[in-house]
Design a protein around this ligand. Structure first.
Ligand code: ZN
Length: 366
């Protein structure tokens, strides 16, 4: 669809590539930019060998611009200060997540944003003449991290761009964007990566066995970044998280405050971002439990290690008080981000869950 758009001369001035984490919306945007800039585009793909393609490969093409959120040390710092680091990170991991980039680029507590200073920088880059005489392409990664002032500032550029300019906004969720921005773009949904594609890429690029690849693809559910981590054995956190979650839930079912304290102290001892990962893991577990109960065991995507605990616990937790548990984990996640005292927070969460289990005492053996 995208290559045909270029061939027919129907590329709009502004496009929005949407897709969940690990869906590859950024590599897809980069590939599309490469196709637009290629001097000898082929049927369905760029040639890969012309000067432009080589420059695109190492992100040095003068008409390819890449903007991205950064963790600001000073509010006047533009994203371009971090261009070298970002290009390296992207070249190494085209499917990188915002969180990985935040951790790589600065401290654990600060979030990356695109500010009004960044918008100014974007507009400045786009006002330059095209070096090659052809198109200029600006990719804005995680445009959903633009604040309102930043978004308003680039509106005019999206409305009345200079000639032969293509702006690609790469976002996870178009609903987080200002409607005035969305309405000025052509939407391209990048969807999920299929299990089969993930499996074959893992075998091809990481040399893992077909079995490891299958397990990783299954657990990752269309998120190629996650699948890479799992296949490469970076899932050590997952093992630890699962054992903490099991211990914690069992302590709460039995209303064993001492045991609950023991395990939550370990979690509270994590750095803040890891506490958040853990709570995201809990929410993901809940999500899979719903699928297990209501769609079927095969659709739950519990991996082999989680399956035993999950299959016993899922029906119970879903019947008991799904909303209650969801609230506990998501509120916890929010409060961690607001710098709540983790010791106290996790004790409170334990007590809330004990109450939920007590109100719904249809006990399970899990
Ligand atoms: Zn080419």
């Amino acid at each position: 669809m995208l290559t045909k758009m270029v061939k027919d001369g129907h590329v709009g001035h502004a496009l929005m590539f949407t897709g969940d984490e690990g869906s590859g919306n950024l590599p897809m945007a980069a590939a599309f930019a490469g196709y637009i800039l290629c001097q000898n585009p082929q049927e369905g793909d760029r040639c890969g060998t012309c000067v432009a393609c080589k420059q695109v490969n190492n992100l040095s093409h003068p008409d390819l611009h890449l903007a991205f959120p950064t963790v600001k040390k000073k509010s006047t710092d533009p994203y371009s200060l971090f261009a070298k680091e970002f290009n390296e990170a992207f070249s190494k991991h085209p499917y990188l997540t915002l969180k990985e980039w935040e951790i790589e680029s600065a401290s654990e507590n600060k979030r990356a944003i695109l500010s009004v200073v960044d918008s100014g920088e974007i507009i400045k880059s786009l006002s330059l003449k095209s070096f090659s005489g052809g198109h200029k392409v600006m990719i804005i990664w995680h445009a959903d991290k633009m604040n309102v002032q930043a978004a308003n500032k680039i509106l005019k550029t999206l409305e009345e761009p200079t000639e032969k300019t293509v702006v690609i906004l790469v976002v996870e969720n178009s609903e987080e964007m200002l409607p005035t921005v969305v309405s000025r773009t052509q939407l391209v949904n990048c969807g999920k990566v299929s299990d089969e594609e993930i499996e074959s890429w893992l075998v091809e690029k990481h040399g893992v066995s077909a079995e490891v690849a299958r397990d990783a693809a299954r657990a990752a559910d269309g998120n190629y970044n996650l699948a890479e981590h799992l296949a490469n054995g970076d899932g050590s956190d997952a093992d630890e998280f699962l054992s903490h979650l099991m211990e914690w839930m069992r302590a709460c079912v039995k209303a064993d405050a001492g045991k609950a304290l023991q395990v939550t102290q370990k979690i509270a001892g994590y750095k803040r971002d890891k506490q958040q990962y853990f709570l995201e893991y809990c929410l993901e577990f809940l999500h899979r439990s719903i699928l297990y109960k209501h769609v079927g065991p095969d659709e739950s995507r519990f991996d082999s290690k989680t399956f035993e605990f999950g299959s016993k616990f899922a029906p119970y937790i879903v019947d008991a008080d799904l909303n209650g548990f969801h609230d506990v984990f998501s509120k916890g996640h929010y409060l961690v981000s607001r710098n709540a005292n983790p010791q106290l927070l996790f004790i409170k969460m334990s007590l809330d869950m004990m109450k939920l289990f007590h109100t719904h005492p249809k006990n399970s053996n899990a």
